[in-house]
Structures are given as structure tokens and as C-alpha cells.
Design a protein. Structure first.
Length: 177
């Protein structure tokens, strides 16, 4: 069961912490279901995170239009340019793998950069940066990517969107859940 709430807190009672949340009235119909879940003897899982809005299609569309215009000017594809921009402005997960697995790993990830390699106990390993696709970005991360693309577009004489328009689009940006 998932629901959105605004208020809650922690109470220390007899050396144990108790979490409480204020359940909004629109969830009143689920009171019985919530109580039944809590009473069950099985372990439960709770994940708390800030609710974020989903990315607006405008911001995503603007990114791809900019990439397309830049690609035409640079004689490449928007997909290739997207991967380059992810490396410059995106986020990555560092990974260490055996060198013998590099080709298999490259087939599974669109964008990865070999940073260095080292040998330990006769086995050679590679340090990689595996870049995340923009569909996983939060507002701040997507804004950085879009701003980087806009700045690079301006540098090569491609004008599409002003900083003001970008700010308006990013206000409507919706993050992935």
C-alpha cells in the first residue's frame, strides 16, 4: 500500500522509537486495511521518500529537439550526442569488473567509460563509470543536463530555448517514481 502524507514524527517511549504519520482524510476508506496489515505477525517494509513530480514532456521534448538541431550542425546523430551529453552532465555508477567481461558488459549498457585498470592476484580489473539514462534523473539532475545541452548548443550557434523558458519548463518537470 502506498499513500502520500505531509506530517509525521518520531516518539521515544521506553527506549523504543515509534513512527507516526498523519494519514490524509482521502485515505479514510483504507483505515481497516491499514489496521489489518499492521496487526499481521509478518515483517513489514516501510520506505519513506520525498514525493517528486513526474517529468514534464515539454522538458524532455526540448532536450531531444536541441540534440537533433545540434546533431545536424555537427554531422552526427541525436542519439550519439545524447550519450556524449550524459557523460558530460549526467550521473554514473562506478563499477569494477574483470577485464575479460568488458565486451559483455558493454552490450548491456549504452554509456560507460573505462576509467582505469589494475591487476590483483593475477586478474586484471577495469574501473568503469556506467552512466544512467535521463529517464532516471530527478529535477536537479535533468536541469543540469538540459542546461549543459543548451549552453553547448549556443556555443555552436544553435539557439532554441532561453533560460527563462527552461526555468518555466523545469517548474513542471516530473521525476520518475
Amino acid at each position: 500500500m502506498k499513500f502520500i502524507f505531509n506530517k509525521g514524527g518520531l516518539i521515544l517511549d521506553k527506549g523504543k522509537w515509534h513512527l507516526f504519520i498523519e494519514i490524509p482524510t482521502e485515505y479514510n476508506n483504507f483505515k481497516g486495511e491499514i489496521e489489518q496489515l499492521i496487526k499481521q505477525e509478518k515483517p513489514k517494509m516501510l520506505e519513506l521518500k520525498i514525493k517528486r513530480n513526474k517529468r514534464s514532456l515539454d522538458a524532455n521534448a526540448a532536450l531531444w529537439v536541441m540534440l537533433d538541431k545540434m546533431a545536424h550542425k555537427l554531422s552526427t546523430t541525436k542519439e550519439e550526442l545524447y550519450l556524449i551529453m550524459l557523460e558530460r552532465y549526467g550521473k554514473f555508477t562506478p563499477v569494477i569488473i574483470e577485464k575479460s567481461l568488458i565486451n559483455e558488459f558493454k552490450r548491456q549498457y549504452k554509456t560507460l567509460v573505462e576509467e582505469s585498470e589494475f591487476t590483483s592476484k593475477g586478474v586484471t580489473y577495469i574501473n568503469l563509470h556506467c552512466y544512467h539514462g535521463s529517464s532516471t534523473f530527478n529535477t536537479k539532475e535533468f536541469s543540469r543536463l538540459l542546461e549543459g545541452v543548451i549552453n553547448e548548443a549556443k556555443e555552436i550557434g544553435v539557439e532554441f530555448i532561453s533560460k527563462e523558458d527552461m526555468s518555466m519548463m523545469m517548474q513542471n518537470y516530473k521525476e520518475p517514481e
